[in-house]
Design a binder for this molecule. Structure first.
Ligand SMILES: *Cc1c(COP(=O)(O)O)cnc(C)c1O
Length: 362
């Protein structure tokens, strides 16, 4: 069957170059070769996260680390900031881990704002907060830098940040933000195959983890730290992924991180302009649009055009492209276009041209 190019917001299209790197002949995970490989990617990972901390590699999709963060860092109670499918689910996951959890829910389409978090942290009930930077289900990006300023007022609260669909597409300076845990899966903006996660933890996070007895093993932060100090991982990692990551990070550095962030900002702007030109409106509140994907209204909010999204998806498939038809309760009410990873002005322009053709046909 012919391959459909992925323009869904994850997994995204993976290049042949990346697959070539992925299939490098296997090495032992306790070998010098492996330590050399991890040692080689570490400085680039640290540049990407703007951190001097060691960056950990987890073999799981992002949810492994998201659950692990809760198990390692929540003692008293966690405030889960909720604004869409992924952030909402983190609340459920925290409860499944047996943690005291409370929801800070805003309407889907709106961002989480610092004052809302401040209001709840003031109660003193929480020693951790979870924040999804770029809510992929709604295309909303919350103001992370403003939110992170709260850390100064609440030094004992662990700030846990999901940057799954923003890390490497948007500048996120881990050390400067002063947050405690930053995590991302790699099948979104990194454009790697799914199955690897990248994350970093503050010293305060490691100190907190040390006080928690039932933090488990597979995602134990202290195990990750101890192993990373020797350029190793606690258990056998997906070594193919790390070769692919090395290739990808080399590309990031060759492009230049600032150019990479600028490219993502430009491509998402182009997509928003395309949507407006086609008489659609955008799902996110003004000023909080994601810079890696675009969530487009389908008649759900006033003034916008309404089309048969399922039909549009079919017509795009006939043209070799997979687009998303809305996440969860937004199915049919929105559709999403990804511009993250390796996309360029040219590839996005051909996407818009095929969308134009398909819309004509509806
Ligand atoms: C995709 C995504 C996740 C979940 O990732 P998995 O790879 O399914 O574990 C979590 N948060 C955000 C913001 C995402 O986009």
């Amino acid at each position: 069957m012919a391959h459909l190019k992925l323009h869904i917001p994850g997994p995204v299209e993976v290049s042949n170059k990346t697959f070539e790197a992925f299939r490098t002949p296997m090495i032992g995970h306790r070998s010098q070769d492996f330590q050399d490989l991890y040692k080689e990617v570490m400085p680039n990972l640290q540049s990407l996260l703007y951190t001097e901390r060691l960056v950990y590699l987890g073999t799981s999709s992002a949810w492994g680390i998201m659950e692990g963060a809760v198990r390692n860092l929540v003692s008293k109670g966690v405030l889960n900031c909720m604004k869409g499918a992924f952030s909402d689910k983190w609340f459920d996951v925290a409860k499944r881990c047996g943690k005291e959890a409370e929801a800070l829910q805003v309407e889907w389409g709106s961002p989480i704002l610092p004052d809302q978090i401040d209001e709840r942290l003031k109660t003193g009930k929480f020693d951790a907060v979870t924040i999804v930077h770029n809510e992929t289900s709604t295309g909303v990006m919350s103001p992370l830098y403003e939110i992170a300023k709260l850390k100064q007022r609440y030094p004992d609260v662990m700030f846990i940040v999901d940057s799954v669909s923003s890390l490497s597409g948007v500048k996120i300076e881990f050390d400067k933000l002063g947050i405690d845990l930053l995590l991302a899966g790699t099948q979104k903006a990194f454009a790697l195959p799914p199955g690897l996660s990248v994350f970093a933890a503050s010293q305060a996070a490691l100190d907190r983890a040390a006080t928690i007895n039932d933090r488990g093993y597979y995602f134990d932060l202290i195990e990750f730290q101890k192993n990373a100090e020797k350029n190793m991982t606690p258990s056998t990692p997906s070594i193919g992924h790390i070769y692919a990551l090395k290739s990808k990070l080399d590309d990031f550095m060759a492009e230049g991180l600032d150019s990479r962030f600028e490219r993502h900002a430009n491509l998402s702007k182009m997509t928003r302009d395309w949507a407006k030109k086609q008489d659609f409106t955008l799902f996110p509140d003004d000023g909080f649009n994601s810079q890696t994907l675009t969530c487009i209204n389908n008649g759900a909010k006033s003034g916008g055009r309404e089309v048969d999204v399922a039909k549009l998806q079919e017509l795009m498939k006939e043209r070799g492209i997979l687009i998303d038809g809305g996440y969860g309760k937004l199915k049919g009410k929105t559709f999403r276009l990804s511009s993250m990873g390796d996309e360029t002005k040219e590839t996005m322009k051909s996407l818009y041209a095929l969308l134009d053709e398909s819309l004509e046909q509806l």
